[in-house]
Design a binder for this molecule. Sequence first.
Ligand SMILES: C[S@@+](CC[C@H](N)C(=O)[O-])C[C@H]1O[C@@H](n2cnc3c(N)ncnc32)[C@H](O)[C@@H]1O
Length: 203
Amino acid sequence: MSAVIPKPNSLAAQLRRRLLRKPEHYRLTPSGPGPILDVGCGNAKYPGAVGLDISADTQADVVADLNEYPYPFEDGAFSQILCQDVIEHVREPLRFIAELHRVAAPGARIHLRTPHFSSVLAYGDVTHEHIFSALAIRTFEKSLFSHYLAVGLRVVDLRLDFWDPLRWIGVAALANRFQGPYESLFAFRFPAMNIRAELEVLK
Ligand SMILES: C[S@@+](CC[C@H](N)C(=O)[O-])C[C@H]1O[C@@H](n2cnc3c(N)ncnc32)[C@H](O)[C@@H]1O
């Protein structure tokens, strides 16, 4: 059976565009001053940031593979690190986080955005290596085992973004108020879009 693909200007296509436009409303931005690193910047590098990407066919200033360590930056070089829709692409997310911690200054902020495990976005790109829950992101602050991740991080903010209809009917507010029960019991009935987190670097 072939898939039903809406015609470009059909009502279904317009509705789909309206719903899928929303990730643009939730882009990451720095929360303070200082040098900015945008890892996996693609063609949407944050203005003024140093962009790193594996592909030279992007806005990258530095072409490097995030699966190769160490990254080509000094310890403590950045005050703000943006990591939008990238952590799901790296092979070892905890090693990636530890390396971002190394290149971050004391008190720096690491901003992450990644598709939620209930989101269609998590499954729409076959280059994704991992999918995440809010709970998984919280383990960056308090690791399940000390040998998993042993760097100092504090979760400043951790929220779930939703497609508009679920925001309108209050699901977003409830899911963010009760993230644990939402993820355990309701996520696949009322899917989220992305997880967004801000982490403070403790050194
Ligand atoms: C989904 S795109 C996000 C781009 C941009 N951050 C944005 O929000 O529009 C993922 C980006 O990560 C880059 N990327 C994926 N794997 C990488 C790796 N191992 N090393 C460096 N960059 C990588 C890709 O080239 C791509 O530009």
